[in-house]
Design a protein around this ligand. Structure first.
Ligand code: F0G
Length: 459
């Protein structure tokens, strides 16, 4: 018999948070007050908050119970060992260094191995990763396959690294490359997965040039689900088994537990190299905390340990990936241009295709994100020329794509919230020709400008 079509959430709701209903007039006022930057809008003025899937998920009953076991001892807390066991069950690296979130792990690692003259390739660096690389004076290079730069190209693993391009870079400059990174899933490129086959090929090239391979593993469980369901020969493997194979192909990782840790805060840095780990721990102590808690409370370590057990459950992942695709399928059927195939954690609207009247340097993604907020109180996130258009040399140019990401917090919204989002996006898309571009109020912020910039409409 055919399986049922309706995706039921594999949980019941046990505590609810109210959503304040707002009017269009209230939202017009709120967005103007915020300088047309959605990061400056108060969360209580948002009805469906799809700004990020980071730290915004709902924790389970068992995570809240685990929090009660949090032991706040400064050194050697049992909560640290619970965390360490859960991490190494999936990622058996020799050294695990807890941090308060992913970018703290990046900051520590790149402070040790980055610096002027160095170059760090990735399939696509996320904003904080790129910023942390560049803050050391190193260069961040994106080497995703060509399909990964084309919003409408269909490929099962659009997050894959271009192995030939990587080989070319290493042949020319291996001595300047302290690490090769692969982001699973590739967030800036549409939440697209990376195959095991690609990871094996990247690892082989890294081995040939003696350069270590690290994973930016924030959404590893979603990536593993895509491997299980899309990669030949993987269907019968368990998710933890696939994760351990990803781990076996890398020399280390950075992690934000705010994504596939199912926690509201946390992260880690892990690796096999003893010398590198010692240097990183020294920095950790300087800025984050003692090595058995990093920047975290004991209770956070417990929440992450339990979250890691839940995130690899197949019922959860099936629901997660299918419910994201539910939003994408409906918008695609309505003719809204999107990044396809759909990523694991988000749907990415192609603002450049929807708003051809707005040139990239007038920020079509920002214009679309503002319209979704004003129309229906939905908060998405521009991932385009606002986020990536300013270069380290001070010049400005169009980003590879102008997208609006609708990121779906884990276990937080129901199908009717998503049905509402579908209606709002459709209504905005129907009136797309009315939207106009924006200019950034000068002077703009010196780095990571998308978080704090203010915008004015172009008449
Ligand atoms: N790497 C990737 C691929 C990410 O998506 C993020 C965060 C980080 C690193 C940094 O982790 O936030 O814990 O410091 N991404 C969030 C997002 C913020 O909205 O996509 P963090």
């Amino acid at each position: 018999m055919e399986p049922f079509r309706t995706i039921i959430e594999p949980f019941r709701i046990h505590a609810v948070e109210p959503i304040r209903m707002t009017t269009r007039d209230e939202r017009v006022e709120a967005i103007e007050l915020a300088g047309r930057n959605l990061f400056a809008v108060h969360a209580t003025d948002v009805m469906v908050d799809l700004l990020t899937d980071s730290g915004t998920g709902a924790m389970s009953r068992d995570q809240w119970a685990a929090i009660q076991h949090g032991d706040e001892s400064y050194a050697g807390s049992p909560s640290w060992f619970a965390f360490l066991d859960a991490v190494t069950e999936l990622w058996p690296f020799c050294h695990v260094i807890p941090t308060h979130q992913g970018r703290a792990a990046e900051k520590i690692l790149f402070s040790v191995i980055g610096g002027p003259g160095k170059v760090i390739p990735n399939n696509t660096h996320f904003d904080t990763t790129r910023a942390n690389v560049e803050a050391t004076g190193a260069e961040a290079v994106d080497l995703v396959i060509a399909e990964g730069r084309d919003p409408s190209a269909i490929h099962p693993f659009k997050g894959n690294m271009d192995v030939v391009a990587l080989e070319g870079l290493l042949a020319a400059r291996a001595a300047d490359v302290p690490v090769v990174f692969v982001t699973i899933t590739n967030n800036s490129g549409g939440g697209q997965p990376v195959s095991l086959e690609n990871l094996r090929a990247v690892r082989a090239v890294c081995d040939r040039f003696g350069v270590p391979l690290f994973l930016d593993a924030c959404r590893f469980a979603e990536n593993a689900w895509f491997i299980k369901t899309r990669e030949p020969g993987q269907a019968d493997r368990s998710i933890p088994d696939i994760v351990r194979e990803m781990a076996s192909l890398a020399h280390g990782m950075t992690m934000s537990a705010k994504k596939d840790g199912l926690a509201n805060i946390g992260g880690w840095l892990a690796m096999n190299d003893d010398h590198l780990a010692a240097a990183c721990r020294n920095l950790l102590i300087l800025t984050e905390g003692f090595p058995t808690y990093g920047g975290l409370a004991g209770r956070d370590l417990e929440a992450i340990a339990q979250g890691l057990r839940e995130v690899v459950a197949e019922d959860y992942l099936q629901y997660r990936i299918r419910s994201t695709a539910y939003l994408g399928d409906a918008l695609h059927a309505a003719g809204v241009p999107l990044v396809r195939p759909f990523g694991g954690h988000a749907i990415y609207l192609d603002a450049r295709a929807l708003l051809p009247q707005i040139p990239p340097l007038q920020y079509p993604g920002q214009a679309l994100a503002i319209a979704l907020y004003v129309e229906g109180g939905i908060r998405g996130c521009e991932i385009g020329t606002v986020m990536f258009g300013r270069h380290p040399d001070g010049s400005e140019g169009p980003a590879a794509m102008d997208l609006v990401r609708l990121a779906i917090p884990r276990r937080t919204y129901t199908q009717s919230h998503i049905d509402y989002v579908i209606e709002v996006v459709q209504r905005v898309a129907e009136r797309a020709t009315d939207l106009r571009g924006l200019r950034m109020v000068q002077p703009e912020p010196p780095s990571l400008r998308h978080f704090t910039a203010r915008f004015e409409p172009i008449a």
